[in-house]
Ligand binder design. Structure first.
Ligand SMILES: [Zn+2]
Length: 128
């Protein structure tokens, strides 16, 4: 018999990841909104790197649930996607890798130095 995961498979585990990201972002946004006089949040902007392992659909699903009962209830989520960028340690060129092996397009050497793409941060909030 195939093993059964009580959580319902990887799909839900991803959603759990997105829920915790949303919850952390909303908490940070709420703290900021309180600081500014407890105004309601209209828009919450997140910056998410291509390597952050976030599923956008799960994010959209999780967001309104997490916002319920907070200053962000009814707000809009906007996501800024950050592509992967590598830095070549040989010639110092910065590039966006096109394949699984991050080879520098300038000198051809593989790079292990990722300069962006792992972002997972609250970029901005707009208050009502
Ligand atoms: Zn190079």
């Amino acid at each position: 018999m195939a093993p059964v995961t009580p959580t319902g498979g990887p799909g839900l585990q991803w959603a759990v990841h997105e829920v915790s990201i949303c919850a952390a972002a909303v908490r940070a946004a709420e703290a900021k909104a309180r600081e500014l006089g407890g105004r309601r949040i209209a828009v919450l902007r997140l910056r998410i790197g291509a390597l952050a392992g976030v599923v956008p659909e799960a994010m959209e699903f999780a967001y309104p649930v997490v916002c319920r009962g907070t200053l962000a209830e009814g707000s809009r989520l906007e996501v800024e996607h950050v592509p992967v960028r590598c830095l070549c340690e040989s010639c110092e060129a910065e590039f966006e890798p096109k394949a699984a092996v991050y080879a520098c397009p300038t000198c051809g050497r593989p790079s292990e130095k990722i300069v962006s793409g792992r972002e997972l941060e609250l970029a901005q909030i707009e208050l009502e």
